[in-house]
Design a protein around this ligand. Structure first.
Ligand code: WQD
Length: 327
């Protein structure tokens, strides 16, 4: 298929591009490079510089004729979404509506949407399945949920068939070393641990060690980004074949604590990685993990690379390539 990957120069997007290319699809990236990077562009892909806030950019892109698109162009910082919701309204909500309108106007009616476990809020039960009530606790999570609802209406009215993929904690890098861009000012646990290991940050602050978990630190479901990327291909092929939309949770089904991640990172890197316990971070649920039984049934997907060591070693390999980079 001829696929447009909107946000394809970002951390997850570039892995998605790689997965589509490996599966034999023809890929073009659309990105404004606000957080995406040219270094992430996989050789063999087309590139369109454009912004989802500008309908004309999208109209020009979709006029080239695509069979399907993947939408990963969103701001994703939970804290920032609570202090600057306007940014998230314009980019995540209006930007998505612009994409949908341009795609439908040009008859492109197959899409994969990058949704998030953030739509669920604090879990009412574990593991989290697709039927778990959606109750986002951040404006970011709200934008993802709202888009899922808009997609259901575009399906009904315009015949747009979509796959909404609710990622749990994306981590890791392509083990083949095709993606090299580091996120600048990362907000998530593993890249922060890596920055400490590299000596770019003084220490890891562990947000709370008095949770009711096996070692007192929070449990999360970290899923390898290459596993996530593969799910996009399977999901698109499924909706195309079945002409029916779908929504699935994507997790590894394995909970890892902050301390376990840190200890494994010390082991893999051979670096001490200074760390210190600090207060809990507001809004952090103690435990979050998914069941991916539905993803297995619906798109034939399960995590393969998401064990703690592979997550860390694949990330460390990329950070080490940046050893001489100035920070
Ligand atoms: C993981 C764990 C922290 C940093 C977020 C979004 C979610 C989804 C995935 C996109 C938590 C602890 C972290 C640090 C720490 N994103 N931690 N010290 O919050 O689980 O999920 O990313 O859709 O919507 O909320 O991820 O990586 O921030 O934190 O102790 O310096 O690491 O408390 O337990 P989170 P995270």
């Amino acid at each position: 298929m001829k696929v447009l990957v909107v946000g394809g120069a970002g951390y997850i997007g570039s892995h998605v591009v790689h997965a589509f290319l490996s599966a034999g699809h023809d890929v073009t990236v659309f990105d404004n490079l606000s957080s995406g990077q040219l270094i992430n562009l996989v050789p063999g892909t087309g590139f369109i510089a454009g912004d989802i806030r500008h309908p004309d950019d999208l109209d020009a892109a979709f006029s080239r004729g695509f069979d399907a698109f993947v939408h990963l162009a969103a701001f994703k910082a939970v804290g920032e979404s609570m202090s600057e919701p306007e940014k998230y309204s314009v980019n995540n909500l209006s930007g998505t509506i612009n994409i949908l309108n341009a795609a439908c106007a040009h008859g492109c009616k197959r899409m994969v949407f990058s949704s998030s476990a953030a739509i669920f809020g604090s879990p009412q039960y574990l593991p989290i399945d697709e039927a778990h009530p959606a109750n986002p606790e951040s404006y970011y999570g709200f934008t993802k949920l709202e888009i899922e609802r808009i997609l259901a209406w575009y399906d009904r009215i315009r015949g747009l068939r979509f796959a909404a993929l609710r990622y749990f904690n994306a981590a890791g890098y392509d083990p083949d070393g095709t993606v090299l861009g580091l996120e600048s000012n990362p907000q998530n646990l593993l890249p922060i641990i890596m920055e400490v290991a590299m000596g770019w940050r003084k220490e890891l602050q562990i947000f709370g060690n008095d949770y009711d978990t096996r070692d007192g630190t929070c449990v999360r479901d970290y899923v390898h980004v290459s596993d996530l990327a593969r799910a996009h291909v399977l999901a698109l092929e499924t909706i195309d074949r079945e002409d029916e939309s779908l929504t699935v949770n994507l997790g590894s089904e394995t909970g890892i604590t902050v301390t376990e991640m840190l200890e494994t990172a010390r082991e893999v890197t051979g670096v001490e990685i200074p760390a210190r316990y600090v207060d809990r971070r507001p809004g952090d649920p103690s435990e979050l993990y998914a069941t991916s039984a539905h993803a297995k049934k619906r798109i034939g997907w399960e995590a393969e690379l998401s064990d703690c060591k592979t997550l860390i070693s694949s990330t460390w390999d990329v950070y080490r390539k940046h050893q001489t980079a100035e920070k």
